[in-house]
Design a protein around this ligand. Structure first.
Ligand code: CP
Length: 327
């Protein structure tokens, strides 16, 4: 059997492409194309219509890290669209990785055993999706790689901002919490800078988990970026606040649990704080939350983190449609 490897290229058309990094998106047209498809998926789901554009295809979901949202929404997206869906959570424990199998060999093996048309991968290593793409004959979709990227989350976050704010131009967004280990803000910040250089990003974090220096330096060439530890000061002027948890698992790995305990509760969004925000503001969180947003905020009309998860279903359906469907 002859196979061809697809390179990781800038995305000019989603069809047949790997989606490993938001850096592949160089034209915002590709984002809005996906949003249009997501609107169709939203209507399909809400009206309980059938949209089985992936019938006969095989979607494989391989997760080496825990997940509630990304795993279930990719599985739901794939099943709803009629694909044969093979979803494995806990690959780090159940696969032959335990016996020393390399990631490239796992990707090659899974392709052979399932006749996969696309492989969706979550993995703790920053370069895992790029490594998988090198080995793969079919598109790899990055569902979260280490501390570096979560490109499909960034798309659903951007879609959520578009839904709530009605536009993406000149938005002022506060990104709060663990900006060192958190991967979602890195991908979202890059996409916001791409859609409009007039956006303003306010990074609010404890000094111990500030965003990486080279990341901030590069992003600052593309849009306005400020860094601070003072959340209360920025709340009244931003259009959205994007809270994130301090990521305990990386502190454990680095043997820095004392530091984690010291900073884990530095930013807790209360109802009182949300009331300092614009009435039109959006409160977001990729979830899970570990106390960064008090439950008393959940009923506030600005709280969008539950709807944000549903946006994940629509965006992931749109993405699978764009990469795989024959139209
Ligand atoms: N937002 C997000 O990636 O959540 P999960 O880890 O539950 O998939």
């Amino acid at each position: 059997m002859s196979h061809e490897h697809q390179p990781i290229s800038p995305i000019t058309d989603w069809k047949g492409q790997h989606f490993v990094s938001v850096d592949q998106i160089t034209d915002k047209k590709q984002i809005f194309d996906l949003f249009k498809r997501a609107e169709i998926m939203k209507q399909t789901v809400e009206n309980k219509n059938i949209h089985e554009t992936l019938r006969g295809m095989s979607v494989v979901i391989l997760f080496y890290q825990p997940s509630t949202r990304t795993f279930s929404s990719f599985e739901a997206a794939s099943r709803r669209m009629g694909a044969y869906t093979y979803a494995y959570n806990g690959m780090n424990e159940i696969s032959s990785a335990v016996k020393g199998e390399t990631l490239p060999d796992t990707i090659r093996s899974i392709y052979q055993t399932t006749a996969a048309d696309v492989i969706i991968l979550r993995h703790p290593d920053d370069s895992s999706s790029a490594i998988a793409a090198e080995a793969s004959y079919v598109p790899i979709v990055n569902a979260g790689s280490g501390k570096s990227e979560h490109p499909t989350q960034a798309l659903l976050d951007l879609y959520s901002l578009y839904q709530t704010q009605g536009h993406l131009e000149g938005l002022k967004v506060a990104m709060v919490g663990d900006l060192l280990y958190g991967r979602t803000i890195k991908s979202l910040a890059k996409l916001l800078a791409l859609v409009d250089p007039n956006v303003e990003l306010h990074f609010i974090s404890p000094n111990e988990v500030k965003a990486p220096r080279e990341f901030v330096a590069e992003l600052s060439t593309r849009c306005a970026v400020s860094e601070s530890t003072d959340l209360k000061k920025v709340l009244p002027k931003v259009d959205a606040v994007y809270m994130t948890r301090v990521q305990e698992e990386w502190f454990k790995k680095a043997n820095k649990m004392d530091e984690y305990e010291r900073i884990k509760n530095k930013y807790v969004l209360t109802r009182h704080m949300v009331n300092q925000m614009k009435p039109s503001a959006t409160v977001m969180h990729p979830l899970p939350r570990n106390g960064e947003i008090m439950e008393e905020v959940d009923e506030d009309p600005r709280a969008y983190y539950f709807e944000q998860m549903r946006a994940g279903l629509y965006i992931r359906m749109a993405l699978l449609d764009a990469i795989l469907a024959n139209r």
